[in-house]
Write a protein that binds this ligand. Structure first.
Ligand SMILES: N[C@@H](CCC(=O)N[C@@H](CS)C(=O)NCC(=O)O)C(=O)O
Length: 393
C-alpha cells in the first residue's frame, strides 16, 4: 500500500487525492470521532503512526531501488472495450451547456498529476462536459476494475452503448480530438483502432508504446493546417511528455524546505485539514516530504539532470518561450488560439502552479506571459462544476 503511495507520488505528486475517496474520509471521520478514552486514543494513534512510518520506510527503500526499472506493459496501455460503465461514484461533473459533441466522458484522475492536468486542460479548453472520479492514491478502489493502474484513465461512450477505456494522456487527447473533427460521424470504438499498442525488444528488454499517440485521425476531412504545423505540434507534445514532465518532481522537492512547502500546498488544495484529523494530516505532510525529497534525488540521476535542477526548468521555459518568440505568435497554435502543444505544456506546468518552483519560473523566465494567456482561454471555455457528492467541493 505504502509502496503504491510512494510510487505514484513520484510521477504525479497526487498525494492530495488521499482525501477525496469517500470511503477513506468516512473511515477517518469515524475514527476521529468515535474514540473516547484519551489514553487509548494516543496508544492507537502511536501504533498507527509507527506502522505507517515503518511501512513507508520499507516501501521507500523498495521504491528507491526500483526507480527506472518499471516500464509500462501492454496491459497499462491497451484500450479496452467495457460492456458497461464500472460501478464507481462520480465526484463531480463539469457541465458545459454549449457542448454539442454528445460525448459521455469519465475522467479517473489525481488532481495534481501532470498527465491528468494535461487531459483536464484539453477537455476544458475544448468546452467538453465530463465526469470526474478522484482516485485514492493508496487504495485505488475506484480503478480496481481496470487492468491499467495508472491515471489518467478516460472512458468514452461509444455509439454502440459500450464504453472505451483509454489509458494514456496523449492518446486520450489525440483520440478525442479526432472525434471532434466530426463528432456526428466519428466514433471512439473506431478511432481507437488507429492507436494500437506496439512493442520492440532491445538490450533493455521489451518496450511498449502506443502507435500514433501524437497523431490526429482526420479520415476523409482535410485539415486546414499544414503538415509543418502538425509536425511542430507533435514535437512539442512529445517534449512535454518526455522532458518537461521529468523536471517537475526534482524541482518541487528540491530541498527539504521546498518539499515541505509543496506538501503544505497539496494539503491546502486538497483540504486535508477538513478531511483528516490533524495528526494524520501532519503524518502525511511529514512522511511525504521526507520520502519525496529523498526520491527526487534519485530522479535527478535517472533523468540525467545536474544538481542545479532549477536551471533545467528555466532552460525548458526559455526554450518554449524562445520558440514562440521565433514564431512571433502568442501561442504555438498561432495568435488566436492555443493548440495541443500549448495545452500539453500548460497542463504539465499547471501541476506545480502553487509551488516555489513555479514562482521562481515566473520571476526568472518569461513563461508567465504565455501561461496566463492559455489559462484564460482554458478557464473561459470550461463548463461549470457541479458537485455530485459531499466530497466534491
Ligand atoms: N504515460 C502515462 C503516464 C501516466 C502516469 O505515470 N501516471 C502516474 C500518476 S502522475 C501514475 O498513475 N502512476 C501510478 C503507477 O505507476 O503505479 C500518461 O501519459 O498518461
Amino acid at each position: 500500500m505504502a509502496f503504491r503511495y510512494l510510487f505514484t507520488s513520484v510521477t504525479g505528486r497526487h498525494v492530495t487525492r488521499l482525501i477525496i475517496q469517500p470511503k477513506n474520509v468516512n473511515l477517518v471521520r469515524n475514527y476521529a470521532t468515535k474514540i473516547e478514552p484519551k489514553k487509548k486514543t494516543s496508544s492507537l494513534k502511536l501504533l498507527l503512526i509507527g506502522g505507517a512510518i515503518g511501512g513507508t520506510i520499507g516501501a521507500l527503500y523498495s521504491f528507491y531501488d526500483n526507480i527506472g526499472k518499471k516500464k509500462p506493459t501492454s496491459k497499462d496501455l491497451s484500450a479496452t472495450i467495457l460492456d458497461k460503465k464500472p460501478d464507481v461514484s462520480i465526484m463531480r461533473k463539469i457541465i458545459n451547456p454549449n457542448d454539442k459533441s454528445d460525448l459521455d466522458i469519465v475522467l479517473f484522475q489525481f488532481q495534481t498529476c501532470p498527465f491528468c492536468c494535461k487531459v483536464r486542460s484539453f477537455l476544458d479548453y475544448s468546452g467538453l462536459s465530463y465526469s470526474v472520479v478522484e482516485v485514492d492514491a493508496v487504495l485505488r478502489d475506484s480503478i480496481k476494475w481496470s487492468e491499467s493502474k495508472k491515471v489518467p484513465i478516460v472512458l468514452v461512450k461509444s455509439k454502440n452503448g459500450k464504453y472505451v477505456q483509454l489509458n494514456d494522456s496523449s492518446m486520450i487527447i489525440s483520440a478525442i480530438s479526432s472525434i471532434l473533427v466530426d463528432p456526428a460521424k466519428n466514433d471512439i470504438a473506431e478511432v481507437v483502432k488507429f492507436y494500437p499498442v506496439t512493442n520492440f525488444t532491445d538490450v533493455y528488454g521489451t518496450i511498449y508504446d502506443i502507435a500514433n499517440k501524437y497523431f490526429l485521425m482526420f479520415q476523409d476531412k482535410k485539415p486546414k493546417e499544414s503538415k509543418e504545423t502538425f509536425d511542430e505540434e507533435r514535437q512539442w507534445r512529445s517534449w512535454a511528455d518526455n522532458h518537461l514532465v521529468h523536471l517537475i518532481s526534482p524541482n518541487v522537492y528540491r530541498t527539504y524546505a521546498e518539499a515541505r512547502e509543496t506538501f503544505e500546498w497539496f494539503s491546502e488544495v486538497g483540504q486535508w485539514s477538513a478531511y483528516f484529523p490533524e495528526w494524520e494530516r501532519n503524518l502525511m505532510v511529514q512522511v511525504g516530504t521526507f520520502a519525496m525529497w529523498l526520491i527526487s534525488k534519485r530522479l535527478i540521476k535517472k533523468h540525467g539532470l545536474s544538481d542545479d535542477v532549477r536551471t533545467h526548468l528555466y532552460d525548458a521555459c526559455d526554450k518554449w518561450m524562445g520558440a514562440l518568440e521565433k514564431k512571433q505568435t502568442k501561442f504555438m497554435g498561432g495568435n488566436k488560439e492555443p493548440n495541443l502543444a500549448d495545452l500539453s505544456v500548460y497542463g504539465v506546468l499547471c501541476s506545480m502552479e502553487g509551488c516555489e518552483a513555479f514562482k521562481d519560473c515566473l520571476e526568472n523566465t518569461k513563461i508567465g506571459l504565455w501561461f496566463y494567456e492559455v489559462k484564460a482561454k482554458v478557464e473561459s471555455n470550461r463548463g461549470f462544476r457541479k458537485p455530485t457528492s459531499l466530497y466534491a467541493v
